[in-house]
Design a protein around this ligand. Structure first.
Ligand code: FSX
Ligand code: SF4
Ligand code: F3S
Length: 398
């Protein structure tokens, strides 16, 4: 699905979205949201700026700006149960650094974080009880967010959690079973991440492979807050998951290559490369390809939206992309500070033009997972949930 097809796809859903918003927001909830914005010191202008930013980030046609504003005021809460497996908690850290923290926080009020392993006051048995209560109370309705890879070897004993020593594998199985939808936040949850790096002694896997369930992958080590917040906002607005690529990542976030939006691209094309850390080229902000940048092999929107409220991103900070949103990047993108010869990238001044996307796709297919395409979404949101759940059939999405 290219951007023109995405545009058409979303425009064809306008009436459905309006009908849905009419049923889940009313004048009262919109006024209440406005009141909350004012209490937090936000001018209407700030909020409109935020809605147009999110509309553009989600690659929605501009006509959706007013709908995003309404989605923020939805009265009905979507509970989230957020679990940690084997990882570093960087994904939660990144999630907390949304572009406009307070506006996003208001929206999360609406979403309702029913349970989060790290962002809660309770500990020990009280924390365990609040998780079990949330599962019972919201059975079939909650979104389960998983952060971290799942060790599967020897029955999953290499990760045990809580006073009863339950394995991460058993906990994830039990809690995703009654979820309406599962989101894997971070490359660890999506594809196994650093735990799954060779020789992977604990048999760590991404959630989909470990549990054999359909999920949405929001990869990156960590993913940007935009990609996490945007995925949740999309579900709020459409009651559907976004169109996905072949490795189950939202196309609006992972549909384009780092290299094609990189601020250093003109230097790549001009054959101007950093040859050594700290050299003249480094000072001038030249291309980092020869220092191992994997931007030509990596699909993500970091050049456009960056991290930490849009402050910066790896290449802006002077290091190449290490391919952190691709499967098995610890194995396939290393050594991080040397170009990957097998990828077949040709550099200007180095005998021809750079590799085409097709060639890169086949490199990734061989070395990691799949190239870029569109995955049929079908049954990811459980059919039993509500009437209009996330079904985009093959025909529509290709
Ligand atoms: Fe993994 Fe998230 Fe990397 Fe860390 O928890 S994606 S190690 S940034 O934080 O899972
Ligand atoms: Fe940017 Fe890396 Fe591509 Fe150079 S190789 S233009 S630094 S993404
Ligand atoms: Fe990761 Fe590369 Fe973006 S390292 S954060 S995908 S620039």
């Amino acid at each position: 699905m290219n951007s023109k097809q995405m545009n058409e796809y979303y425009l064809s859903m306008l009436d459905d979205v309006d009908e849905r918003l009419d049923s889940v927001c009313d004048k009262e909830s919109e006024e209440e949201f406005q009141r909350k914005l004012e209490e937090k010191g936000f001018a209407r202008r700030d909020f409109l700026k935020w809605t147009s930013f999110m509309t553009a980030a989600l690659m929605l046609p501009p006509v959706f700006e007013s709908r995003i504003a309404r989605a923020a005021a939805i009265k009905q809460r979507t509970p989230i149960i957020w679990l940690h497996m084997a990882e570093c908690t960087g994904c939660t850290e990144s999630f907390l650094r949304t572009r406009e923290p307070d506006i996003a926080q208001l929206i999360f009020d609406k979403i309702s974080l029913a349970y989060h392993d790290t962002l809660m006051m309770a500990s020990g048995e009280r924390a365990e009880k609040s998780l079990e209560d949330a599962i019972k109370r919201y059975k079939g309705k909650y979104i389960c967010v998983i952060e971290g890879g799942i060790p599967t070897k020897d029955g999953g004993i290499y990760l045990t959690i809580g006073s009863k020593g339950e394995t991460g594998l058993s906990k994830a199985k039990r809690i995703t079973k009654d979820a309406r939808l599962t989101l894997a936040f971070g490359t660890c949850a999506a594809f196994g991440g650093v735990q799954a790096a060779y020789p992977n002694p604990t048999g760590a896997k991404g959630v989909r492979d470990a549990l054999g369930i359909e999920i949405v992958n929001v990869s990156g080590c960590p993913p940007s807050s935009i990609n996490m917040v945007g995925t949740i906002l999309h579900i709020l607005l459409f009651d559907k998951i976004p169109p996905l690529d072949e490795i189950y990542r939202p196309l609006w976030a992972y549909g384009s290559r780092i290299h094609d939006y990189c601020e250093r691209r003109a230097h790549f094309d001009a054959g101007e490369f950093v040859e050594e850390w700290g050299d003249e080229g480094a000072k001038k902000g030249w291309c980092l390809y020869k220092m191992g940048c994997k931007g030509p092999l990596t699909y993500n929107n970091c050049p456009r939206y960056r991290f930490n409220q849009g402050t910066n991103w790896p290449i802006g900070g002077g290091h190449g992309c290490i391919g952190c949103s691709e499967p098995n990047f610890w194995d396939t993108m290393t050594p991080f500070e040397e170009p990957n010869e097998k990828a077949g990238i040709r550099i200007p001044g180095g005998n021809g033009v750079e590799a085409t996307s097709d060639k890169i796709g086949s490199f990734l297919a061989g070395a990691t997972a799949a190239g870029i395409g569109v995955h049929a979404i079908g049954s990811i949101i459980r059919a039993k949930a509500e009437k209009k759940t996330g079904k985009i059939d093959d025909k529509e999405s290709k």
